[in-house]
Design a protein around this ligand. Sequence first.
Ligand code: HEC
Length: 107
Amino acid sequence: MNNKKFIFAIIVNALFTGILLLGSSAFAADLKAGGNIYKSKCAMCHGEQGQGGGAVKINDPKVLSKTDKEIRQVIAEGAKGMPGYQKLLKPEEMDSLMAFLRSWGNK
Ligand code: HEC
């Protein structure tokens, strides 16, 4: 490999690394924001880690096996004994909250 090619390869590499880092830190921020939303709006009924307490356990395969769409619908519209959050959460807050719930397990 001659010098020019070598330098080019390093630059390309640095760019890709930068993009990857940016992407993963955005995801980490999402998770953190989602965790905070969960703590302030959901934990008093479903427990800090979704283990239940005041209301049903949601850190459970029975719930986490549902699709994102189904879970989002419950959160938006509420259920028996649970308020709807459609008007209380911005779309990006809903996304962060979903990312946080998914950190417990995947469908
Ligand atoms: C006032 C208490 C309360 C709060 C606050 C609350 N929930 Fe609930 N939630 C409930 C109850 C009660 C149910 C069970 C409803 C039913 O039996 O149909 C439920 C059901 C659910 C379900 C569906 C469980 C299933 O079996 O499919 C999900 C998902 C859920 N809640 C997520 C959340 C999230 C996320 C938040 C915060 C944005 C939240 N809840 C806030 C009381 C609450």
